[in-house]
Design a protein around this ligand. Structure first.
Ligand code: B12
Length: 442
């Protein structure tokens, strides 16, 4: 049976990101002995015509389409990718008789709505490695399931027989244009942040890969010339013992790499970050969200204003670049809390700040019950605290106008992709925001 896996994502901001979900699925297909090809919509300027040509010659039995992003989260200029996904589905229907199966994080957030809009033959919600293969076998045996929307069980053991080969994907493209490739160490998130989809997508319980097999993957890619990595885990530094075991294994193998990842601002002392530095840590992306006690409470965060200050101080002491990821206008936000956040962020002298305006509402997140009125759909709906809804955009515009290291996609601030591309063309690696301190005015 011939299977084609399509990575549908074309978003290139803040960087093109290697389609890791699609690669996991393609690898599972490869391992199960089916004939697999891949098509990545991000690396070509003419995806539809190229896809049509491939479908014309490929004679595929099944097409798996990976949907990563629902939308770009950039209120008030948010765009969803549904029209684009529809084009891909149309191209597949028009040029092939294959059974179409879809999945991915975007799909798993809105399974019913995407089933309705895109009309695949099957949709798989959740982790697709085993469920997709089960479906392929059923199709091959002539016993396809009658239900169209399938729910994958949580995969308890993430130590698959081998790490994703990424065969057929253009890893060098992502290393050159995106400055790194991505690695997943674990799945799951123990926290309950009000807005967040991660627990809904990955569950609350951690499932970890063993450090040695994980670092085998990094070592393999390092031998292929990849020097920079991003750990895609929801929070790299929790649980901290597991994070230690990874950095220790990288140090033990003496790999010459640089890496970054999402950190919660809960650093207690310098020790952990020093171990990270020894293993090649280049920067820390802090999931700060807000920097005032009331708004942190509103987001249901698990740390305090003091924790954030302490974490930033540790980064400064050790010379580690850090970004604050923020969400402005969340629950409990007032003019006073907003100003407090802005001023506190400045006090910490970050390398950069990436701020989203308003809370994008998704089903399955804790905030939904408190604030959602009516249906929350693929077309982005954002919550903005009433106390700042009239003034938020102006306040942010005015406060950040002379701050060149602040990126606010909703204000199209710091999002000039031509400029970012020029930086990459100079060969800059790692996270693009690591270079934004060069622009700091203060
Ligand atoms: C790491 C990450 C980033 C990093 C990526 C760094 C890098 N170099 O990779 C950064 C910070 C750059 C980033 C940016 C963005 N991200 Co992001 N990101 C993530 C995160 C935490 C992990 C993604 C990942 O790699 N997962 C690991 C892979 C293996 O999992 P997976 O893709 O889900 O695949 C599994 C299943 O979905 C399924 N599956 C996947 N494909 C298919 C196909 C078939 C046929 C089947 C059956 C199953 C299947 O099986 C796979 C294996 O189990 C997720 C949240 C999350 N926990 O998922 C958000 C997430 C993917 N991002 C999201 C968004 C919106 C974005 C941005 C648009 C804006 C933003 N808010 O940051 C940009 C877009 C960037 C781009 N160019 O596309 C959303 C997407 C959904 C949505 N809400 O729209 C998520 C889910 C978070 C959220 N807010 O809900 N992101």
């Amino acid at each position: 049976m011939k299977v084609l896996i399509i990575a549908a994502n074309r978003e290139r901001f803040p960087d093109p990101v290697f389609p890791l979900g699609a690669a996991y699925i393609a690898h599972a297909v490869e391992e199960s002995g089916f004939d697999v090809s891949v098509f990545d919509c991000c690396i070509t300027n003419e995806p539809i015509s190229e896809l049509a040509a491939l479908l014309d010659t490929g004679d595929f039995n099944v097409i798996g389409i990976s949907l990563r992003n629902v939308d770009n989260n950039a209120f008030p200029k948010a765009e969803n990718y549904l029209d684009w996904y529809m084009e891909i589905f149309r191209a597949c229907r028009d040029n092939s008789k294959a059974v179409i199966v879809t999945g991915g994080s975007a799909f798993s957030i809105f399974p019913d709505l995407f089933m309705n809009e895109l009309q695949p033959d099957y949709g798989i919600r959740g982790e697709g490695e085993y469920k997709f293969i089960e479906l392929l076998k059923q199709i091959e045996d002539g016993t396809p399931p009658s239900e169209k929307l399938l729910h994958a069980d949580t995969i308890r053991d993430l130590n698959f027989d081998s790490f994703p080969s990424r065969n057929g994907f253009n890893t060098s493209f992502y290393f050159e244009k995106g400055g790194c490739i991505n690695i997943q160490t674990k799945r799951g998130c123990e926290y309950n942040c009000a807005y967040c989809t991660y627990p809904a997508l990955e569950g609350h319980d951690y499932r970890m890969r063993t450090p040695s097999s994980l670092v085998d993957e990094i070592e393999y890619w390092t031998e292929q010339g990849i020097t920079h990595y991003f750990f895609v885990d929801s929070v790299f530094n929790a649980p901290v013992d597991y994070a230690y075991s990874i950095v220790d294994e990288i140090i033990r193998r003496d790999l010459k790499i640089e890496w970054s990842g999402f950190f919660a601002p809960i650093l207690k002392d310098k020790q952990f970050l020093m171990a990270c530095l020894d293993s090649g840590l280049a920067s820390v992306d802090l999931g700060t969200d807000a920097f005032s006690t009331e708004t942190l409470k509103g987001h249901n965060k698990f740390f305090t204003v003091d924790d954030i200050f302490r974490s930033c101080e540790i980064c400064h002491d050790l010379g580690v670049k850090f970004n604050h990821s923020l969400i402005f206008g969340g629950p409990n936000e007032t003019e006073a809390t907003l100003l407090e956040t802005l001023i506190n962020v400045d006090k910490t002298r970050p390398t950069s700040v990436i701020g989203f305006i308003g809370v994008r509402l998704y089903p399955g997140t804790p905030i939904i019950d408190q604030v959602a009125h009516g249906e929350v759909g693929i077309d982005p709906v954002f919550f903005v605290s009433e106390a700042v809804s009239e003034t938020l955009l102006d306040t942010l515009q005015n406060y950040t106008s002379d701050k060149l290291n602040w990126i606010i996609p909703g204000l199209e601030k710091g999002t000039n992709t031509k400029f970012l591309n020029r930086l990459r063309k100079k060969g800059l690696k790692g996270q693009i925001w690591e270079y934004f301190d060069k622009f700091t005015t203060g």
